[in-house]
Design a protein around this ligand. Structure first.
Ligand code: B12
Length: 315
């Protein structure tokens, strides 16, 4: 039987989907293909890569192995069965195996514990190590939802109850910011992807929720123009119109229920016109529900809601 007709050999997943499933950035996927021929994805008529289920499994296994210190050059061309066996052998020792100075955990809760230790110790290199390793072991979705968001919440709680200082929060925010920004920059959208602008309106200076939303937008196959925070409505609208954005995401974390912010939100629709989709998310979003409803903005409090809202926007 021709293997190309078997379901798991059929090339059907885009590079964005494969990146999301394997936790490997698009940059790494392309580099491994070019340098080591790890997989040979099919191509659409317009030249876009399409990966089969078996390609995804192979890439996932290679991601796990490289996260556990195997050199990609040593494992790149092993048969799938050998890769499965090698990863199987990792399972038990992985929890006790040292990578650098820190034992390598396999689940998000253990990574979170290590990340909090690094924050408490004011050790940016250790925090960066935990994030880098987690990105390979957990994949991008779990990294965002089960490590980075809970980490920020815990830091906020411990900062409020006085067990962490502002210095701890600033160190952690700096590392998480750089980590997310670098990961986002490495995600190259496919040509012709619709454009999403991600930003936060004036008085909003929390940036990490916006960077998380940018990361999610990239995973969903959008090109993202990230404009940082504390940006007046007219600047956001001018950028959206200049670049022909299909949608604008506003991150609203703090301050809640601020009349100046509400007025800026309401101005957005007038400045943008009817053709651009508006979305909002973040801890303060409910306090702006009335203004958001008036301008027809969709509130996305979960990744699934965010995905559905983007999906509903004509491209
Ligand atoms: C880091 C941080 C800072 C840093 C930000 C650095 C940076 N570069 O971003 C700095 C030091 C600047 C800062 C300043 C302040 N902060 Co602050 N900060 C935080 C901290 C620890 C993390 C913030 C963050 O990025 N969270 C990540 C986002 C994603 O969390 P979230 O809004 O709760 O979002 C949830 C959902 O809405 C959803 N979500 C969010 N965005 C999106 C997007 C999409 C697409 C989807 C699907 C879902 C989604 O995901 C989260 C689920 O867990 C939080 C603690 C916390 N619990 O968040 C405090 C926190 C937000 N800060 C707080 C406060 C009080 C302040 C200050 C007023 C402190 C001060 N006295 O100066 C200032 C205000 C600054 C301003 N004007 O905006 C409070 C806010 C309380 C409130 N709501 O009233 C918090 C909650 C801390 C606390 N426990 O008290 N802060």
């Amino acid at each position: 039987m021709d293997t190309a007709t078997q379901p798991d050999h059929q090339p059907r997943h885009s590079i964005a989907v494969v990146s999301r499933r394997t936790g490997l950035s698009q940059l790494v996927l392309r580099a491994w293909e070019r340098r080591y021929g790890v997989v040979a994805p099919g191509r659409t008529d317009s030249g876009r890569r399409r990966y089969s289920d078996l390609d995804v499994e192979r890439l996932s296994l290679l991601g796990r192995l490289t996260a556990a210190d195997h050199r990609i050059g040593d494992v790149a061309n092993l048969p799938l069965a050998d890769l499965r066996q090698l990863v199987g052998e990792l399972q038990i020792p992985a929890t006790v195996r040292p990578i650098g100075a820190i034992p390598a955990p396999v689940d998000a809760a253990a990574h979170l514990g290590q990340a909090m230790q690094a924050v408490a110790a004011l050790d940016p290199a250790a925090l960066e190590n935990v994030l880098t390793r987690a990105s390979l072991v957990l994949g991008r979705t779990a990294l965002r939802q089960e490590l980075i968001q809970p980490l920020l919440e815990r830091i906020g709680d411990q900062w409020r109850d006085g067990s962490l200082r502002i210095a701890h929060e600033h160190m952690a925010s700096t590392i998480v910011h750089a980590f997310l920004a670098t990961g986002n920059a490495a995600q190259v959208p496919e040509p012709g992807s619709p454009l999403l602008i991600v930003t936060a309106p004036v008085r909003n200076r929390h940036e990490l929720g916006a960077l998380l939303a940018a990361s999610l937008g990239l995973d969903l196959g959008w090109e993202v123009l990230y404009l940082g925070v504390d940006l007046p409505a007219e600047e956001i609208a001018a950028a959206a119109l200049q670049r022909g954005a299909r949608a604008v995401f506003l991150s609203l974390i703090y301050p809640p229920a601020d009349p100046v912010v509400a007025a800026q939100i309401e101005q957005m629709r007038r400045l943008l016109g009817p053709g651009v989709g508006l979305l909002a998310g973040g801890g303060a979003v409910e306090s702006y529900a009335a203004s958001l409803a008036r301008i027809g903005a969709v509130t996305a409090s979960t990744p699934a809601a965010f995905g559905a809202a983007l999906e509903a926007i004509p491209r």
